[in-house]
Design a protein around this ligand. Structure first.
Ligand code: 13P
Ligand code: SF4
Length: 336
């Protein structure tokens, strides 16, 4: 929950960022480096951010890696180049640090598909169930959860629970369905989904595979089941990146948000990466929320210290427990 109290913040609430002009002669890469030193700030970025942002980041990772970095950073200011729930997670773990998000409107369709009041009623209908929530959810949902997971540790977390433990999995029905399939569980799934991962066209992917029989299809578990059934490898963004580097194949069809291709091409310059085609005419599979952040907004938010993530302390404390549980389980699994 954000609390707006100054005129600047009220203005920003409409635009999501400080709407100020930047001197066009400035080299923003240099300026951002200067601000990092001056303010003891760290820039954490998700792989779905635009290439320029990935290039200025101190750390780029998947949701688990980003949460782990946020938990251990010694910086005074965390600049989170990602979406709101990610910056919120960093704030939950760092109540005394300033956590900045370049554009406060960078939300998430998956997180939005699970409003806390509705989820609370659903939970009350199943009082004997443990709640595992995917990290792509709001602080309100985290506060109603027993354990948080990400796409890189969901299977391990579910497997660590007794076989007869009844579980609600929220908010992603596709990841939940995939974990049900790989663990043999029958978790109760919240009916949420990511707009980017649901857009891939099975028909176009099948045609692409026919045209590139040598290419491996690698997919994020937020994709729908028919796409996952065709995939040669399924994993979180970091796992997809690692796989594309280590696997002997030279070409990959990548079924996740297109931002990841920047690191894939940097890490394996001699390999070919083809973005899986979506079921629309514009042939783009960018996340509109992630792409609200720009290098300009990143610079402005560092310069002015706004917009900043704020939340109620009682909610923060309730949301921290299931995140701490995830971080502890991840340590036990050796996911560090
Ligand atoms: P991961 O990077 O954890 O795989 O998550 C993907 C995603 O959709 C983030 O919004
Ligand atoms: Fe949310 Fe999907 Fe965008 Fe990730 S890619 S931030 S899950 S809408």
């Amino acid at each position: 929950m954000n609390v707006y109290n100054t005129v600047e913040e009220i203005k920003m609430n409409k635009t999501g960022y400080m709407d100020v002009e930047i001197d066009p002669s400035l080299d923003l890469f240099e300026e951002i480096e200067k601000l990092k030193k001056e303010k003891n700030a760290v820039v954490l970025a998700h792989y779905y951010q635009e290439p320029d942002i990935q290039d200025v980041a101190d750390y780029i990772g998947d949701s688990l890696g980003l949460a782990q970095q946020a938990a251990k950073t010694e910086a005074d200011i965390i600049v989170f180049a990602g979406v709101h729930f990610m910056a919120e997670t960093a704030k939950i773990l760092n109540p005394r640090k300033q956590v900045l998000l370049p554009d406060l409107n960078a939300g998430c369709s998956l997180s939005d598909s699970c409003p806390p009041p509705m989820f609370q009623r659903f939970k009350e209908q199943h009082p004997d169930h443990l709640v595992i929530s995917y990290i792509n959810c709001s602080v309100g949902i985290k506060a109603l959860s027993d354990i948080i997971c990400t796409s890189s540790n969901a299977k391990l977390i579910v497997d660590s629970l007794p076989a007869d433990q009844k579980i609600i999995f929220a908010p992603d029905k596709n990841l939940g369905g995939y974990i049900n399939k790989t663990t043999g569980r029958n978790m109760l799934l919240w009916n949420g989904a990511c707009m980017v991962h649901e857009i891939f066209s099975l028909e176009k992917i099948t045609r692409l595979k026919e045209r590139h029989p040598e290419a491996k299809l690698i997919a994020h578990p937020e994709c729908e089941e028919p796409v996952l059934r065709l995939a040669d490898f399924i994993g979180s963004t970091t796992q997809l990146l690692d796989y594309s580097e280590k696997d002997s194949s030279n070409s990959f069809i990548v079924a996740t948000e297109a931002g990841i291709l920047h690191q894939m091409m940097q890490n394996s310059p001699n390999k070919t990466f083809i973005a899986a085609p979506p079921d629309n005419a514009c042939a783009c599979n960018d996340c509109p929320h992630m792409k609200l952040n720009t290098l300009e907004k990143l610079y402005i938010c560092m310069k002015y210290g706004k917009p900043e993530i704020k939340m109620e302390e009682s909610l923060r404390l309730a949301a921290k427990k299931p995140i701490d549980r995830m971080l502890e389980l991840s340590r036990q699994f050796g996911l560090v």
